[in-house]
Ligand binder design. Structure first.
Ligand SMILES: [Fe+2]
Ligand SMILES: [Fe+2]
Length: 270
């Protein structure tokens, strides 16, 4: 198995495992997972689900999978569940952190071992030994299950899909810091992602939106770790300003059948 994940330590106690997905016409979307090296180690999400990926094998470059105590699944989309069930096997002490609805959605495809589940709702805390993780729902999300969390010891915020940004190329998608992305490119990419992933944002009453983002921003995190953005350690103001703008962003309409047929017709016959 080749080492398909780029791995780097973003802070004293957070390791980023970076993958990416190329989306035709949109750009290269970072797909990150994280290891929080708390007293009871936490793995946040488990990567892409394609058959060429062996997430547990890659995770072993960072931590012995058997030492993992918590698998925080921010929501059960396929770009977050890749290594989930193999990791549950490899980490016999680990509990799967999700919600009641999360178990329901996972149960449509898999047998979810209920004795391995830990149900946690926004507003509740998870004790991981040396610190508490406060569960929250970020302002932008694409699943009724989505939760993120604030690490109360360090102020690091894990935001799931919120703050995502498809970037120009694999180099930028794999950047070790979001500061490598030019301000105007970051703004365009965040607005595009909001339009693609959370199209409902355009329907939200603006005063309610400003309150929601303001409340989130008042957490004043020391870092933002989004699944779909290079790490933001020391959070640039632009990240918040772009989030605030999400309801004003472009409407996204994907290619239609005519466009697909045109694309297929352009392929050379083998
Ligand atoms: Fe998602
Ligand atoms: Fe996602």
């Amino acid at each position: 198995m080749n080492d398909y994940l780029q791995i780097h330590r973003a802070t004293d106690d957070v390791t980023v495992l970076h993958d990416r997905a190329e989306i035709p016409g949109l750009g290269v979307l970072p797909v990150n997972t994280f290891v929080l090296h708390s007293e009871q180690p936490v793995v946040v999400d488990t990567g892409l689900s394609t058959s060429d990926k062996d997430f547990v094998d890659q995770l072993a470059r960072v931590i012995d999978p058997a030492d993992v105590r918590w698998i925080w699944l921010t929501h059960p989309d396929r770009d977050h569940t890749g290594g989930l069930f193999r990791l549950l096997e490899a980490a016999p002490q680990a509990r799967l952190v999700t919600t009641f609805v999360g178990v329901g959605i996972l149960g449509c495809q898999w047998d979810v071992p209920l004795d391995r589940v830990f149900l946690l709702n926004p507003g509740q805390d998870l004790d991981v030994g040396d610190r508490k993780l406060s569960c929250l729902r970020p302002p932008l999300f694409d699943s009724p299950v989505t939760t993120g969390f604030l690490d109360r010891a360090t102020g690091a915020l894990f935001s799931s899909d919120c703050f995502g940004a498809p970037l120009a190329d694999a180099g930028l998608a794999g950047a070790e810091s979001v500061r490598e992305v030019a301000d105007q490119d970051l703004r365009a990419a965040q607005l595009l992602w909001a339009a693609v992933d959370s199209p409902w944002a355009r329907t939200v009453d603006r005063s309610i939106w400003h309150r929601a983002v303001g409340g989130f921003r008042s957490l004043d995190p020391s870092a933002v770790f989004s699944t779909h953005l290079p790490p933001a350690v020391g959070v640039p103001e632009a990240l918040w300003d772009n989030l605030l703008e999400a309801p004003e962003g472009p409407e996204f309409v994907g290619p239609d059948q005519a466009a697909l047929e045109e694309l297929l017709a352009s392929f050379e016959p083998v």
